[in-house]
Write a protein that binds this ligand. Structure first.
Ligand code: G
Ligand code: G
Ligand code: MN
Ligand code: NA
Length: 254
């Protein structure tokens, strides 16, 4: 309850901040975009990670307000990078299940893009299988309208939830994100490797891009590259960074 009150205060006082983790295009070796990850600068405590508070935001419904703030903050950052950098920076935002199911995601996205004058194709939404499958017919409508707006959509943590493969081809999505669970032991566990390779192959058959998260070692990167994964993300290349540090990394042409 204390935590809930502190989180309400955090929303009112704008104590949240987004950090950004780069994604690397395995064909070019360059940064192709970033994933925004929320942190809480809690007064008197310091930087608090989402494992400590995102579940509480979800359980209390505060995630609806927080989710709208996250989308707005990401669009504000895209606009700032658009002004200060030579090339555009694509930003992916995590959308919680409750935000997708109960919130007005389309309107929040439309309003934030307009408010910050951001080209829609620079914004990507990372959605979970659970959120997408909770009402598949509604999901098709929402995703279709987001696609018409020009926003990209990815399925996060792919392979851990329950997705109907029949719906996978009916959902107008752009990308699958292979869950860290299959990446961690990809070079030593043949079962994990088989699943990762099958996801890559299926994604490409469906004309989707595919990214692997949680890449911590060169051997994992090389395995994924050999098996035609499009992008990777993980500590091997970089941890999530504050906006100014991420900006320096991009400007350095990495
Ligand atoms: O950032 P970290 O590395 O600790 O993230 C832990 C978990 O919190 C992940 O499951 C991640 O998807 C989730 N998370 C991080 N940032 C956000 C966010 O902005 N919105 C939502 N809904 N979840 C987030
Ligand atoms: O649920 P989601 O996939 O959005 O969460 C991403 C989470 O993974 C964040 O908590 C982020 O900090 C974490 N993460 C990013 N790169 C790595 C990595 O290389 N290894 C591990 N263990 N976690 C990572
Ligand atoms: Mn994610
Ligand atoms: Na993920």
């Amino acid at each position: 309850l204390d935590l809930e009150m502190a989180l309400r205060r955090a929303l009112d006082e704008e104590e949240f901040v987004l950090h950004y983790q780069p994604k690397i295009n395995l064909n070019t070796g360059r940064i192709s975009g970033v994933e925004a990850l929320i942190r809480w600068q809690r007064p008197g405590v310091g930087l608090v990670y989402p494992s400590e508070f995102v579940a509480v935001l979800e359980d209390t419904g505060l995630i609806i307000r927080a989710g709208a703030w996250i989308i707005d903050a990401a669009c504000r950052q895209i606009a700032a990078w658009n002004r200060s950098m030579t090339g555009p920076v694509h930003v992916a935002v995590n959308v919680s299940s409750r935000q997708f199911i109960e919130g007005d995601l389309e309107e929040e996205v439309r309003a934030a893009l307009e408010r910050h004058k951001v080209p829609a194709e620079l914004l990507e939404l990372e959605l979970t299988e659970t959120a997408l499958m909770s009402n598949a017919e509604r999901t098709i409508g929402v995703l279709t309208r987001l696609k018409e707006l020009g926003v990209k959509c990815a399925i996060d943590d792919f392979g851990t939830g329950y997705s109907s493969l029949a719906y996978l081809q009916r959902f107008p999505i752009d990308k699958l994100k292979i869950d860290i669970a299959f990446v961690r032991d990809i070079t030593t566990n043949p079962n994990d490797a088989a699943i990762a390779v099958a996801i890559i192959s299926m994604a490409h058959s469906l004309k989707l891009r595919v990214i692997a998260e949680g890449v911590e070692a060169r051997a994992q990167l090389e395995y994924l590259r050999r098996n035609r994964c499009d992008e990777i993300q993980g500590y091997f290349f970089s941890r999530p960074l504050p906006a100014d540090e991420l900006g320096q990394l991009v400007a350095a042409g990495k």
